[in-house]
Design a protein around this ligand. Structure first.
Ligand code: NAD
Length: 522
């Protein structure tokens, strides 16, 4: 890719970004945080920013011994928390939600600095945390099981739900705070305790979340050891994976990570909840409202610089609309402001690091070799020398002759492949032809096509939308996907059941002892 100068803006200085992060953290911790934030460059966990590609601070890394101690403390706290009434547990999460409202801007500022999200999306991510806290508070009074008709007279058959234990949460860089909240808010009202290993790329936001939860626990007199933070890389995550005291490992990240974590947790018969990569498609039919489709597609494909698990990566367009659609998407892409994500008006921030940029270049080279026609995708020179270590790109739209192997990969960058179809059966087959199964959409005004897409032989994804894009899910539904996406469900609906264990109870309140299935014994 050639480097071009577009939407040139001035990037903030590293001093400015450090000052912003310090200020946000101090507001959240209610004190200066100088002891926590070491000079950049020393040994430890490196907090850096994709805005300029520079290191900001060095933080103390959690040792293996400290990680073990955290799991021990969480296991001990569980013995108290599991018998604390669920609505009382809900009061902790209610307080956390209030603190998140109070510190929404502070936390969003840290998300922008560490993950490079534009301010509006960073605020949206914190709003998602607030929403899931409110959902979890309601849930704390609704953890109900069923009563089932018994086949025996004088008997009651029922199911009860009980807390599971310590939940190990492993999270990815691109949703540095919301995914922790999805897991923690629900796990805590379910009576579990939490040990969190965030992405090594977003340690500041993690410290901030942990501080808010500790404050909430103090405010409502909940045990302080309910929640722990482990700062470090994969090794520390592996301790959660292998420790038999961790009842559930909820891991969000790449398929590669899931392939390592899943079998290891299964080996010790632990429970696992996997939220892995996606390769999400939208079908655009001849009857689609193209204005709506273009808006939905551009947000889903270029938002968060293509770094959402639900990012739209493929458009499957009917041959009759493909040319117009590509032209309109490419036109919209040309007007998207790329640059400093903390500046008003920017819609596309940076890629997370150089490797992400190299992956994008490699994928585009392969697509071109496969016959793809590429529009966009150039590196954008933002801020001259100041931005030398930062990677800003124009989103790319690539018309492909077919879904070649590169289209089957999740390249975590803003590349939108477009392929064409003739029949709806063909379009659905293309939608389902990739190994991942997270999100999907159809743009149509034909109810038959919409229903067919959502039917048992339609989209095979965990999310199947009509006339909206693939990203931006609400917390009220269960979130997750099939196939290599891992099969987990988080957030709303009945996802809480993954954080609890179920007991079936049969109570005999008669003076007889009839056996099930009419069995006679003596
Ligand atoms: P990643 O897989 O590189 O890292 C994710 C987390 O896993 C990090 O905390 C990392 O330290 C940890 N990790 C990696 N290997 C591990 C191991 N063997 N044992 C224990 N922990 C390990 O992912 P990333 O680059 O941070 O995030 C991007 C990926 O995450 C994309 O594939 C994206 O689609 C996916 N993602 C999925 C969802 C979802 O809900 N399905 C949400 C967000 C991101």
């Amino acid at each position: 890719m050639t480097s071009v100068e577009l939407n040139k803006t001035t990037l903030p200085s590293v001093d400015d970004l450090q000052a912003r992060a310090r200020e946000a953290l101090a507001a959240i911790f209610e004190r200066p945080v100088d002891t926590e934030l070491g000079e950049p460059g020393g040994p430890g966990v490196h907090a850096s920013t994709p805005i300029t590609g520079e290191a900001l601070f060095t933080l103390v890394e959690t040792t293996a011994q400290e990680a073990r101690a955290a799991i021990t403390a969480a296991a001990e706290a569980f013995t108290v928390w599991r018998t604390t009434p669920a609505p009382v547990r809900g009061a902790l999460v209610a307080r956390l939600g209030e603190l998140l409202i109070e510190h929404k801007e502070d936390l969003a500022c840290l998300v922008t600095i560490e993950a490079g999200k534009i301010t509006s999306e960073a605020l949206g991510e914190v709003q998602e945390m607030i929403d899931v806290c409110q959902f979890a508070v309601g849930l704390s009074r609704q953890l109900y099981g069923r009563t089932i008709a018994s086949e025996r007279p004088g008997h009651r058959l029922m199911e009860t739900w009980h807390p599971l234990g310590v939940v190990g949460v492993i999270t990815a860089f691109n949703f540095p705070v919301a995914v922790w909240a999805w897991n923690s808010a629900i796990a805590l009202v379910c009576g579990d305790t939490v040990v969190w290993k965030p992405s090594e790329l977003t340690p500041l936001t993690a410290m901030a979340c942990q501080a808010l939860l500790e404050r909430a626990a103090r405010d409502v007199d909940a045990p302080p050891a309910l929640s722990h933070l482990l700062l470090g890389g994969r090794d520390i995550g592996e301790q959660l994976v292998d420790d038999p005291r961790v009842a559930l490992v909820s891991a969000t990240g790449s398929v590669r990570m899931g392939q390592q974590v899943g079998p290891r947790v299964a080996q010790r018969f632990g429970k696992v909840l996997l939220e892995l990569g996606g390769n999400n498609a939208a079908i655009v039919t001849p009857s689609a409202d193209l204005d709506l489709a273009v808006r939905g597609i551009v947000f889903a494909a270029a938002g968060t610089a293509g770094q959402r698990c639900t990012t739209l990566r493929r458009v499957i367009a009917h041959t009759s609309v493909a040319d117009t659609l590509i032209e309109r998407i490419a036109g919209a892409y040309r007007s998207l402001p790329v640059g400093d994500p903390s500046t008003d008006g920017t819609l596309v921030g940076p890629l997370i690091h150089e490797t992400a940029y190299r992956d994008m270049v490699g994928a585009l080279e392969q697509a071109r070799a496969d016959g793809g026609e590429i529009t966009g995708g150039e590196r954008v020179d933002v801020g001259g020398d100041a931005g030398a270590g930062a990677f800003y790109v124009n989103p790319a739209v690539v018309r492909m002759p077919s879904q070649t192997p590169i289209v089957h990969d999740e390249t975590f960058a803003p590349i939108l492949y477009v392929v064409t179809y003739e029949t709806l059966e063909e379009a659905i087959a293309l939608n389902n032809a990739v190994p991942q199964g997270l999100s999907s959409a159809i743009f149509t005004t034909d109810i038959r096509e919409a229903e067919r897409f959502m039917a048992a032989d339609g989209s095979d994804c965990g999310i199947a939308n009509v006339n909206i894009g693939t990203s931006g899910a609400e917390i009220g539904g269960a979130f997750g996907g099939e196939k290599q996406t891992g099969g987990g469900r988080e957030s709303g609906s009945d996802s809480w059941k993954a954080y609890m264990r179920r007991a079936t109870n049969t109570v005999n309140y008669s003076s007889e002892l009839p056996l099930a299935q009419g069995v006679k014994f003596g």
